[in-house]
Design a protein around this ligand. Structure first.
Ligand code: PGA
Length: 328
C-alpha cells in the first residue's frame, strides 16, 4: 500500500511570524490528538524566506515541537538544478539540502508560467533532487483548451515522459507526481474523482512503460486543485489518489489539520488494524481545536530566542571567516 501524502503549498503567503504562529497552533493540535504520520505523510511548503524558520522551529524547538510535528516534511516551492552559479534570484537544490530542506515542488503550473520553464529544465531539477536523496514533487497538468479538445492525456504524458527522462529506477522512491489540472487550481471546484482516477491510471500505465509495473505501482500520484476541508473526503477515500496538494486551504491551519487528520481517519476506517488509535478524538477535544487557540507566549519567546541564536551563530561564523581571511 502506498502511504498517502498531504502537501500544503503556501505559495507567496505568510511572513516568519505568521509561519511560527501556524506551526505553534499545529503543534498544539497534534499535541492534543494522535499523530498522523503512521499512515499519512504531511508536508508543508512555505515561502523560501520562511523555510529556515520552519526547519528551526520543527527540529530545534526543543520540547515544544512534538514528535508528530517533527515528522512534518518541509518542502521548497522551487529550486535551481545546478549546485551553484550565476543565477541571480535563484536558490540551488544544494543550498536547500545544506539547510536541511530535503523536498521540493517542481514544475508547479504557476512556476512554469512565471519563469517560462521548459520540461527539460524541470527534468534537470527532478534529476538533481532525486540523485541527492531529496524528494521531488513533480507537478503536471492540462489546460481547459486541451481538455476541450480531448488532448489532456497526450499533454500530461508528454510532461511525465520529459520530466522523468534519465531519472533512474532506484531513485523513484524520491518522487511524488502531482496531477494538477490548470483549470482547477485556485478555482471553486475540484475535478470529479472519476476523471482524476482515470488520469492517474493513465499516468501509472506510462510509468510502467518507462520503468516496470512494480516500480510504477510504488510511485505516489496525488491530485491538486480546489481541495478544501469541505470537499476532500471523497478524494481521500479513493485508492487511486495517493494524496492531495492543497493551496489556499492549507493557509488556514485548522483546515489543513482537518484534512490531514481526516485523511488519516479515512484510512483508519478502511484499514481498521492501522486505525485504532485514530478513534480517540473525543468531543471535548474536537471543540477545543475548533476554538481559536490562544498564542502560547512562553513557547513563542523560546522559538524567537532559538532563531536569534541561529542568526548570532551565522554572524559569528562570518566574522571568524573574515578574520581568518585578513590574517592570512
Ligand atoms: P488550490 O491550489 O488548492 O488553491 O487550488 C492548488 C495548487 O496550486 O497546488
Amino acid at each position: 500500500m502506498r502511504k498517502k501524502i498531504i502537501i500544503g503549498n503556501w505559495k507567496m503567503n505568510k511572513n516568519r511570524k505568521e509561519t511560527i504562529n501556524y506551526l505553534m497552533t499545529l503543534n498544539h493540535m497534534l499535541n492534543k490528538n494522535h499523530l498522523l504520520s503512521d499512515n499519512v505523510d504531511v508536508c508543508l511548503a512555505p515561502s523560501t524566506l520562511c523555510l529556515i524558520a520552519t526547519n528551526t522551529y520543527i527540529n530545534r524547538g526543543g520540547l515544544f515541537a512534538k514528535n508528530s510535528l517533527r515528522s512534518l516534511i518541509i518542502a521548497a516551492q522551487d529550486c535551481d538544478s545546478e549546485i551553484a552559479g550565476s543565477e541571480t534570484g535563484s536558490i540551488s537544490f544544494m543550498q536547500l539540502h545544506d539547510e536541511g530542506i530535503n523536498a521540493c515542488i517542481v514544475g508547479h503550473f504557476e512556476t512554469r508560467r512565471n519563469h517560462h520553464l521548459t520540461d527539460e529544465q524541470i527534468n534537470k531539477k527532478v534529476i538533481s533532487l532525486t540523485n541527492n536523496n531529496m524528494l521531488a514533487i513533480l507537478c503536471v497538468g492540462d489546460t481547459l483548451e486541451q481538455k476541450t479538445e480531448n488532448l489532456s492525456k497526450q499533454y500530461v504524458l508528454e510532461q511525465i515522459e520529459k520530466g522523468l527522462k534519465g531519472v533512474i529506477i532506484d531513485n523513484l522512491d524520491k518522487l511524488v507526481i502531482a496531477y494538477e489540472p490548470i483549470y482547477a487550481i485556485g478555482a471553486s471546484n475540484p475535478v470529479e474523482v472519476l476523471d482524476i482516477e482515470d488520469m492517474i491510471k493513465t499516468i501509472r500505465n506510462k510509468l510502467a512503460e518507462l520503468y516496470n509495473q512494480n516500480a510504477a505501482n510504488s510511485i505516489r500520484i496525488i491530485y491538486g486543485g480546489s481541495i478544501n476541508s469541505a470537499n476532500y473526503i471523497e478524494y481521500a477515500k479513493s485508492d487511486e489518489i495517493d494524496g492531495l496538494l492543497i493551496g489556499k486551504s492549507s493557509l488556514d491551519v485548522t483546515s489543513f489539520y482537518d484534512i490531514s487528520y481526516g485523511v488519516s481517519q479515512a484510512l483508519a476506517t478502511k484499514y481498521p488494524t492501522l486505525g485504532n488509535k485514530y478513534y480517540t478524538l473525543k468531543q471535548k477535544e474536537i471543540e477545543a481545536i475548533s476554538k481559536p487557540i490562544p498564542e502560547p507566549k512562553k513557547e513563542k519567546q523560546e522559538v524567537e530566542s532559538i532563531i536569534k541564536n541561529d542568526i548570532d551563530a551565522i554572524e559569528q561564523t562570518k566574522e571568524s571567516a573574515i578574520d581568518a581571511e585578513e590574517n592570512k
